[in-house]
Design a protein around this ligand. Sequence first.
Ligand code: ADP
Ligand code: 5GP
Length: 210
Amino acid sequence: MITKNPNFLIILSAPSGGGKSTILQEVLRVTDNIDYSVSYTTRKPRGAEENGTHYHFVDEPEFLSRRESGDFLETAQVFGRWYGTSISYIQSRLQAGRHVIMDIDVQGAAQIGATTIPYVKIFIIPPSMDVLRDRLVKRATDSPEEIHKRLDIARDELQYIPAYDYLVVNDRLGVAVQDVLAIIRAEENRVSRYWEPIAGFLNQERNNDQ
Ligand code: ADP
Ligand code: 5GP
């Protein structure tokens, strides 16, 4: 019997307003084998965001002390605020056989790429910068100055696309969600995630022939 060992990190990055939170919520709603990594941040809650659900909101001294203690798998400063991923949460969920999905910026994704933790990196882009601007304006969570800053940074972030495994264009939401689900399914079936069980299976077949 071949069993696979398919659990890995699903890293979603996108320019702010690209749709990663929306896609991520939908992926979590329609699957039952994925957990969400709630990041730590020093930024203030926006709109209806809740502590512990959307982020762990902490002040800078607490963030830096956790960083110093080695609590984070990766950290980055984005828009002048700190963001970080809890290493203990990731380890416990992967050990429990779950995938972990996370919404992190391009700097954090590069840091995880340098570790030995299995992952797939997906970059999400809106169909155009005009659509991105419209979505940020309609989301109504950021001031006009903040939106301007986020659009400027978006242009820089697009330079990192070649470091990702997949690109998903978030035009129609349903299609983008299906694309992400298809990527996860394909990744679960990668040969590298089967290698040890297959080696065992081949040995067993060889022994049966003798
Ligand atoms: P991010 O998490 O990347 O910053 P969000 O998920 O908050 O982006 O999406 C930004 C805004 O765009 C939200 O108001 C969201 O409802 C909207 N949005 C996301 N995807 C689509 C889409 N495919 N079509 C129309 N609006 C979308
Ligand atoms: P926002 O403040 O709009 O929720 O997120 C701003 C940026 O920070 C986004 O690009 C988001 O992906 C990124 N981000 C959120 N959590 C983390 C994290 O834990 N680590 C890193 N490196 N980036 C994060």
